[in-house]
Design a protein around this ligand. Structure first.
Ligand code: UDX
Length: 444
């Protein structure tokens, strides 16, 4: 099949490459000249395991190419995927300007039947807006060309996006049209050995499914974080409680790891966008608001614990930070708990020495050169001469550490672990003041 993908960001690029890799011919369009020029040379601007090889391999086969010309992409095949960004507006709702701009240009250039596939995460009702935008552009040209709009949300996780695309748990397609169903079946045929993987439903249900999935996952995290805050105060251990509840198949072990709060480009944005959508239809989404509030509070626990360990005296202290990305295997720092920590530390007059295996460049881009930020080459350099250590991301290379060495190198033996990497009793035996999440007495 010939397929056009609008947007060469995270979702667009993964979609384009994966579809080309199974044999489809794909053109990926973006308005950013520089980005497209780099992609044509096989240079991938984001870090995602396996993505660079996939881009290069498919450039070489000739099944993947990049363009800045909307007309060229629109002319290329029947399926037109919209995979551009939907950043949050000031009020938390998703900003649709980029999605609607693509819709407008499809309407402006199309000459025959098109299926417009919404892959971006968009609020319920967006397919209708896309439809009107295309219809308006056609009316301006004074032509009548048939088209369909369907919803096909993605469920990719950063760090394993290619694996998730190739082995999706389900592929959701929202449409009422048999013609669209059959085209989407053909597009995804290489991925579907079990027919039930492809789930057809109404457009609105498909649009909501994406938000419902992310809101459910965010709820699980905020729930376990709330339990962690309780276990700290009740003298219980959240890791024991987690194992205790996870063994119930109705609850399950997945996504109930306590931590310093969820971050990333999806959960925070999608939970607040869904709450906003709810309020627009006159429904107060109390659970969603609570999920977001618990998460905001959770991100502050790193600083609060550290501050209490130093009796509020953080001015002129040097704090080592291991991990900046919102999770391992990515360089993404969007909404990362580390940012809340860094900003609070600076406000309190502390200096920070940071190390992350992938996000150092991103940290430099966000915060630039500043006197109170030192980018270190490895985890050892970060703790060298530091008063205390805070762990924000559970990178594999932080999992094993010689506590005696750490005890010796830190000026005060304070370790705040936002990811529960270590056995608290071993850390304590080594003489560390170790504050994990939901394990052992709270500092409050
Ligand atoms: C998420 C969804 O998983 C994916 O299906 C959707 O398409 C996009 O949003 P992603 O943002 O890449 O993917 O990251 P994910 O691995 O889901 O982690 C999100 C955040 O939750 C991270 O900050 C992570 O540290 C945190 N988390 C996850 C926990 O704190 N505890 C857990 O048990 C799981």
């Amino acid at each position: 099949m010939k397929v056009a993908v609008f947007g060469s960001g995270y979702v667009g690029l993964v979609t384009a490459c994966c579809l080309a890799d199974v044999g489809h011919h794909v053109v990926c369009m973006d308005v950013d000249d520089e980005k497209i020029a780099r992609l044509r040379r096989g240079e991938v601007p984001i870090y995602e395991p396996g993505l660079s090889e996939l881009v290069r391999r498919n450039l070489a086969t000739g099944r993947l190419h990049f363009t800045t010309e909307a007309a060229e992409a629109v002319a290329f095949g029947t399926l037109q995927f919209i995979a551009v960004g939907t950043p949050p507006d000031e009020d938390g709702s998703a900003d649709l300007q980029y999605v609607l701009a693509v819709a407008e240009s499809i309407g402006r250039h199309m000459r025959d039947f098109k299926v417009i596939v919404d892959k971006s995460t968009v609020p319920v009702g967006t397919a209708e807006k896309v439809r009107s935008q295309v219809a308006e552009a056609l009316a301006e040209r004074d032509v009548e060309i048939p088209f369909e709009v369907c919803s096909n949300p993605e469920f990719l996780k950063e760090g394993s996006a290619i694996e998730d695309f190739n082995h999706a748990a389900r592929i959701i397609v929202g449409t009422e049209s048999e013609r669209v169903r059959s085209l989407m079946r053909e597009c995804y045929a290489p991925y579907i050995r079990r027919q039930e993987k492809l789930v057809f439903m109404s457009v609105r249900s498909a649009e909501l499914t994406k938000y419902a999935a992310n809101a459910m996952l965010a709820t699980k995290i905020s729930f376990i974080n709330e339990m962690a805050n309780l276990t700290e105060r009740l003298g219980a251990d959240v890791e024991e409680v987690r194992r205790g509840i996870g063994s119930d198949l109705r609850i399950g072990y997945h996504f109930i790891y306590p931590g310093c709060g969820y971050g990333g480009s999806c959960f925070p944005k999608d939970v607040s966008a869904l709450a906003k959508t709810a309020s627009e239809v006159g429904y107060a989404a109390e659970l969603l608001d609570a999920v977001a509030a618990v998460n905001r509070r959770q991100k502050r626990t790193l600083f609060d614990k550290l501050s209490q360990a130093f009796d509020g005296e953080l001015a002129d202290k040097t704090i080592a930070v291991w991990g900046l990305a919102f999770k391992p295997n990515t360089d993404d720092m969007r909404e990362a708990p580390s940012r809340e920590l860094l900003e609070s530390l600076w406000q309190a007059g502390a200096r920070v020495r940071v190390f992350d295996p992938k996000a150092m460049e991103e940290c430099r881009r966000l915060y630039g050169e500043r006197m109170d930020l030192r980018l270190c080459r490895d985890r050892e350099a970060a703790v060298d001469g530091a008063d205390a250590l805070v762990i924000c991301t559970e990178w594999k290379e932080f999992r094993a550490v010689d506590f005696a060495w750490l005890r010796g190198v830190l000026r005060c033996p304070v370790v705040v672990d936002g990811r529960n990497l270590y056995d608290p009793s071993l850390a304590k035996d080594a003489g560390l003041l170790y504050y994990a999440v939901g394990r052992g007495a709270s500092l409050n």
